[in-house]
Design a protein around this ligand. Sequence first.
Ligand SMILES: Cc1cc2nc3c(=O)[nH]c(=O)nc-3n(C[C@H](O)[C@H](O)[C@H](O)COP(=O)(O)O)c2cc1C
Ligand code: SF4
Ligand code: SF4
Length: 260
Amino acid sequence: MSKNVIFCFSGSGNCLDIAKNIAAKLGDTDIIMMRKTPEIMDVTDAKTVGFVVPCHAGGLPLSVAEHIREIKLSPEAYTYGVGSYSGYFGTGLAQINRIVPLKYWAGISHHCSCIWLFPHSVMMPMLSAEDAEKRSEELAAKIAVDVLTGKMSEKEVPDNPINAIENRAWPVLAGKKADAFAVSDECIGCGQCVKLCPKGNIHMYGGKAFIGTSCIQCLSCLQYCPTGAISIGAVSKKRERYHNPNVTAAELMQPVIHID
Ligand SMILES: Cc1cc2nc3c(=O)[nH]c(=O)nc-3n(C[C@H](O)[C@H](O)[C@H](O)COP(=O)(O)O)c2cc1C
Ligand code: SF4
Ligand code: SF4
């Protein structure tokens, strides 16, 4: 077990990019992915335990809270959370804080991956893709210094009852959104989306991908499709795709990424 671990959920790569940037400064870090049940749950030997998660519908992505409840960590570990969001921070880190008390927390606004809701350039404040990534890297480096020095946050982890209500409604809404998936004739049958889906929800028939309804709305399949063949409702057909420039689909498929 590495000295440092970071539990990370990432759909379009922003959170994995943040986790990698923090890990690069900490050294000796296992980034344990939470898109499906984490491969490692017992991290009692780790000295620092971080959580890097996106805001989905005002809170944690589906299944993440259930996974975090199963994690075993030392009461002596330095714990921290980083929330990535586009427009509002939400209540995700407060949800984690109720399961694993966080000593330190931070937020990073980045490009919006929720293609059916907003264009990806929507964030706080609006920035070009290059500037947003530069800001994210700078903030991740600062967070890493805070973790290395064991900084404690002075302010409580933000909570928001409106976002909590929104997030409670998310499982039903996410199920409805999943019905809107479509795969166009631009599908070249490469099979990447099948391997990328954490829920095993995509299958190939006759050389073309078909998407089922068992979906956590990570949108990895859609954002990483090399031909833009996957859409989720009419508005998404016209919108530009987005994924973090420093995270490949192959990396997102890894259950654990070790960084020395
Ligand atoms: C299904 C879904 C719901 C989202 N809901 C919110 C939200 O409620 N508030 C917000 O500010 N951003 C929201 N976002 C944007 C993401 O939090 C943001 O783009 C984040 O950086 C994505 O991280 P990732 O690339 O690691 O998946 C949502 C994204 C997705 C895919
Ligand atoms: S990733 Fe895109 S092109 Fe490849 S199989 Fe899936 S839908 Fe088709
Ligand atoms: S179908 Fe697409 S959006 Fe849904 S869980 Fe699979 S990869 Fe994520």
